[in-house]
Design a protein around this ligand. Structure first.
Ligand code: DAH
Length: 369
C-alpha cells in the first residue's frame, strides 16, 4: 500500500504556474494565426479553447488549491482564457473577411455582358395563321386531319370526281413525280385529305385539314409554286348548304370580327352546287364602294374579298369513299393561307413570305414567339 503523496504541493501545481499558462496561450495564439480557413481555425479552437485544452485542464486543478493560491491561479487562468478568446474572435473576423473578399472576386458577374447572344427566331406568320384558323374549328369539336404531300393521283383527282381529261391534270398545272404514269403527284390542293378522312374515319366526320399544296405555277407577287391551304369537311346526316353558310360566317367572324360571307356560283368537280366564298371587307364593311374619296386598301374599294371555294359535297365523292348517300350528305370548303395573310395583314408580295427574314415574321406575327 502506498503512503500519502508527499510530492504534491497544492501551491505549486505545474499546469497552473505562470510559465505553463503563458506557453499554453502562446501555443494557442500561434495556431490561431497559422489557421487560414474557418475549418482550420475550428480545429485550433477545439485544441486550445475546448474542454480538453491545456487551459481547461489547468482550470480543473484550481479547486484543490488553498484560498490565496486559488485566487492567483484563477486570475491567471481567467486572463489567459480571455486572451485566447479574443485572439480567436479577431482571427475569425480576419478569416471571414478574407474569405468574403475571395468569394467576391471569384463569383464576380459582369452585369454589362449581353444576355442573349443567340439571335431569337419567330413563328412564321403562315404557321401562326394556320394555327389560329384551326383553333376556330377545334373549339367547335372538329378534328384536325392531315395527309401526305406526295399524293396518289387517284385521291388528288379521281376520287374527287375530276374527269380523266380535266385540264388541272396536265403537266402545265400539276407536278408529277417520277414517270408521267407513276400515278403520283405533289398534291395540288388539300382536298384529297377529304377523301382520306372519309376512307379512314367513322361517320360523322368533322375535320379541318391544313397543309402545303404544289402547283406548276408562276412565282410572282400573288403566286407561289408551294403554298398552304386549309380545308374543311363535314359529312353527317341532314347536312345542307345552310350549315355551310353558317359555318363560313362563324369562321369569318372568328377570324376578322365584323364581317359576313356571300357565295357566288362556281364549279368544282367535288362539290355540287359549288361556290366561291367572299368576305365582306372587315375594314370598311363596304363603305368605300362608290366613294373615291374614302378608298379602302384591303378590299380595293370593292367591298368584298375573294376568300376561297366551297360547296355541298358531290354524292359521287361520297360514293367513291363508300359513304351511303341516302343517309349522309356534307359540305366542304378550302382557302389559301398565303392569300388570307395578304389581305389580313396588308402583305403585298407573297415572295416575302418565303424569304425567311425573321423581321418579317416578327412584324406579321405580332412578335409571337
Ligand atoms: N380545292 C380547291 C382549290 O384548290 C378549293 C376548294 C373548293 C376546296 C371547294 C373545297 C371546296 O373543299 O369545296 O382550288
Amino acid at each position: 500500500m502506498s503512503g500519502p503523496n508527499t510530492n504534491y504541493d497544492p501551491v505549486q501545481v505545474t499546469p497552473l504556474d505562470a510559465d505553463h499558462v503563458e506557453a499554453a496561450v502562446a501555443a494557442a495564439l500561434a495556431e490561431f494565426s497559422a489557421a487560414s480557413t474557418l475549418a482550420e481555425l475550428k480545429t485550433a479552437r477545439l485544441a486550445h479553447a475546448g474542454d480538453k485544452s491545456p487551459i481547461a485542464m489547468a482550470n480543473r486543478e484550481i479547486g484543490a488549491l488553498p484560498p490565496q493560491a486559488r485566487r492567483d491561479a484563477g486570475r491567471r487562468i481567467g486572463q489567459a482564457r480571455s486572451r485566447i478568446a479574443q485572439a480567436l474572435a479577431t482571427r475569425e473576423a480576419e478569416i471571414a473577411e478574407t474569405e468574403l473578399a475571395r468569394r467576391l472576386v471569384e463569383e464576380r458577374v459582369d452585369v454589362t455582358l449581353p444576355v442573349h447572344l443567340a439571335p431569337e427566331g419567330a413563328i412564321h406568320p403562315i404557321t401562326a395563321l394556320m394555327d389560329q384558323m384551326m383553333d376556330v374549328f377545334v373549339a367547335m369539336g372538329w378534328e384536325v386531319a392531315e395527309g401526305p404531300e406526295l399524293e396518289a393521283e387517284w385521291l388528288n383527282f379521281d376520287a374527287l370526281n375530276f374527269i380523266p381529261d380535266h385540264p388541272a391534270r396536265t403537266m402545265q398545272d400539276t407536278l408529277f413525280v417520277g414517270q408521267p404514269d407513276s400515278g403520283q403527284v405533289l398534291r395540288t390542293h388539300t382536298s384529297p385529305v377529304q377523301a382520306r378522312a372519309l376512307l379512314s374515319r367513322e361517320l360523322p366526320v368533322y375535320v379541318v385539314c391544313p397543309g402545303k399544296a404544289y402547283r406548276a405555277d408562276e412565282y410572282d407577287a400573288t403566286h407561289l409554286p408551294v403554298f398552304h391551304q386549309i380545308e374543311g369537311l363535314v359529312v353527317d346526316r341532314g347536312i345542307t348548304l345552310a350549315d355551310l353558310r353558317g359555318t363560313l360566317d362563324h369562321f369569318a367572324q372568328a377570324m376578322f370580327g365584323r364581317t359576313r360571307t356571300r357565295m357566288r356560283p362556281n364549279y368544282f368537280p367535288f362539290t355540287e352546287p359549288s361556290a366561291e366564298v367572299d368576305l365582306q371587307c372587315f375594314v370598311c364593311q363596304g363603305a368605300s364602294v362608290g366613294h373615291p374619296d374614302r378608298p379602302c386598301r384591303t378590299c380595293k374599294s370593292e367591298g368584298w374579298i375573294e376568300w376561297g371555294g366551297c360547296g355541298v359535297v358531290n354524292p359521287r365523292v361520297l360514293q367513291a369513299c363508300g359513304v351511303d348517300t341516302d343517309l349522309y350528305s356534307g359540305f366542304a370548303f378550302g382557302m389559301g393561307v398565303e392569300r388570307t395573310l395578304m389581305f389580313r395583314n396588308d402583305a403585298e408580295d407573297m415572295r416575302d413570305m418565303i424569304e425567311g427574314d425573321v423581321r418579317y415574321s416578327r412584324a406579321l406575327t405580332g412578335l409571337a414567339r
